[in-house]
Design a protein around this ligand. Structure first.
Ligand code: ATP
Length: 225
């Protein structure tokens, strides 16, 4: 049987239910055998993560511990410096072989700047691309970059090739981001250490319990960090 592999890249600082729920829906919709979260070492656009690479990877591992089809691929964390997706996908292709159906997954917000990624046109030589509509973010229809519009116009309904195809998917929306959660986590510690109930609810609603425990134990995302 041909293997069907999903690769979901991002910072995951921290991982949240928007990532996990989307990943589970993607496993079903794309008939994936395994979806790998692939945290990046250093964002190519110099975004500075709050947790260390090892901590982000550990949080992902805790979040997927009970999920049969979800795993973590930390190859970019084992590489020094900037991580380029195209290099990772090339390595993944050679590991899984020519016949495997590999799908690189990203939200519309990330897709909107794909044309600025290093050797972005080569991504499709190694993998397919799935663009997922992300609630509260730019819609695929709003993307104006001509090269990306051309790519979107060639979307297929179902991915069947090992690489080279693009599919657009609408998943049940999860209106949450790591940015909002980092700010909620920071505010919980503020105001004379008084617990802010609304922010605490948001954290518990959108971050897996084992990850919340880890964040507390490691004292991550405190305002002075
Ligand atoms: P930040 O707020 O720090 O930018 P984020 O919540 O966007 O973080 P990332 O790690 O940057 O999370 O996202 C990794 C991938 O997951 C991206 O392709 C992004 O579009 C997608 N993604 C993030 N949050 C959601 C969500 N709520 N629903 C669907 N996709 C999401």
């Amino acid at each position: 049987m041909t293997q069907r592999i999903g690769i979901f890249g991002g910072t995951f600082d921290p991982v949240h239910d928007g990532h996990i729920a989307s990943a589970k829906m993607l496993v079903a919709k794309l008939s994936l055998d395994t979806l790998y979260f692939m945290p990046c070492q250093q964002h190519p656009f110099h975004k500075h993560p709050g947790a260390s690479p090892a901590q982000r990877s550990q949080m992902l591992s805790l979040a997927v511990a009970d999920e049969e089809n979800l795993q973590v691929d930390d190859r970019e964390l084992r590489r020094d410096g900037i991580s380029y997706t195209v290099d990772s996908l090339q390595a993944i292709r050679s590991e899984f072989g020519d016949d495997a159906i590999i799908v690189f997954i990203l939200g519309t917000d990330a897709f909107a700047s794909l044309h600025q990624w290093d050797r972005w046109q080569s991504l499709l030589s190694f993998a397919n691309v799935a663009v997922i509509e992300r609630a509260g973010q730019i819609a695929a229809a709003q993307i104006v970059e001509p090269a990306l519009k051309t790519l979107l116009a060639q979307s297929v309904a179902t991915i069947n090739a090992p690489h080279g195809e693009l599919v657009q998917l609408a998943l049940a929306p999860y209106v949450i981001s790591s940015t909002e959660l980092r700010s909620a986590l920071a505010s919980v510690y503020q105001v004379n250490n008084q617990i802010d109930k609304a922010q605490t609810n948001m954290i518990n609603e959108f971050i897996p319990a084992a990850v919340v425990q880890y964040i507390n134990a490691q004292q991550l995302y405190q305002p002075n960090q």
